[in-house]
Design a protein around this ligand. Structure first.
Ligand code: PAF
Length: 282
């Protein structure tokens, strides 16, 4: 496994590996079993002759003032072990100075899907995500990229970016990996107190209850939202709901008669820890 931490080395790696299919897994490190599943999926897609590249970079651009950029967990040594164990071929772990010139003046804005859900409470976040992902696609010259569907909005926005800007990259969305009690795996779960952690699975339970109601014929977004809100408030009094939204899975706009797939997305604060999760309704 090659560990590369600057653009010059990355360029020579790309030259040597030209012709081999390259599958990128973009991450911010603090890797857990959810990332391991992404890397394994990338390994399958790349096949024996292809390359799996994992980027590890805590992207300052996607953190707002007062968010957890400085305390975001940085666990490079453990991360490299997890990457190796799950079949990665190359790790790109650059420094911020290497990626962002101090006088940089170009960024990528998405103006529709990013206005809702997490975008509403995290202004600038998706601009930061689109900018770094576009840079990584250019730098790594990947053919495919793998993202987790826990960050549903992120995946929908990157899909839009690839479509609108004609990136020659095939995207793959991978199902969320969960703890035994249903909580979606996240690098931020470690921030919670034991009491908060004990209540956090209420998020998944509420989403599953909404899916059951959907299967039993409930189609009113407001009823599904209310059911989720009530359940979280009852079972997780330490939680503070940021949003519960029923949206069209592609446009993320409110559900309409033309929506082919519906997603319910939620964000809940436990103290300063903001957890997100979602469920697709079919
Ligand atoms: O999902 C993440 O970890 C990040 O948002 C990403 C895609 C690596 C961009 O920094």
């Amino acid at each position: 496994m090659n560990v590369i931490n600057n653009i010059r080395q990355l360029r020579s790696w790309s030259t040597i590996n030209k012709g081999a299919r390259c599958v990128l897994v973009p991450t911010m490190g603090a890797l857990h079993e959810g990332h391991a599943a992404l890397i394994r999926a990338a390994r399958e897609i790349a096949g024996q002759n292809g390359n799996v590249a994992v980027s590890i970079f805590v992207n300052p651009l996607q953190f707002g003032p007062g968010e957890d950029f400085s305390k975001y967990p940085r666990t490079l040594i453990e991360d490299l072990g997890l990457c190796r164990d799950n079949g990665a071929d190359m790790i790109f772990a650059p420094k911020a100075d290497d990626l962002y010139p101090p006088d940089r003046s170009i960024a990528l804005y998405e103006t529709s899907l990013s206005q809702l859900l997490c975008g509403a409470s995290r202004p600038g976040h998706f601009e930061g995500v689109c900018t770094i992902v576009a840079k990584l696609f250019n730098l790594v010259e990947c053919d495919d990229a793998v993202f987790g569907k826990k960050d549903y909005q992120q995946f929908a926005i990157i899909r839009r970016m690839v479509r609108d800007l004609d990136f020659n990259v095939v995207l793959h969305g991978i199902e969320t990996v969960r703890e035994a009690d249903g909580l979606a795996m996240s690098s931020r779960n470690r921030y919670m107190t034991p009491e908060e952690r004990a209540q956090a699975p209420a998020i998944r339970a509420a989403l599953v209850a909404a899916r059951d109601a959907w299967k039993n014929g409930e189609r009113a977004p407001s009823a599904l939202q209310q059911l989720i809100t009530q359940q979280i408030q009852e079972k997780a009094p330490l939680g503070r709901i940021d949003y519960v939204a029923a949206a069209d899975a592609t446009t993320l706009q409110p559900v309409s008669a033309t929506s082919e797939l519906v997603v319910i997305a939620v964000a809940v604060f436990f103290g300063a820890t903001r957890l997100i999760d979602n469920i697709e309704l079919k």
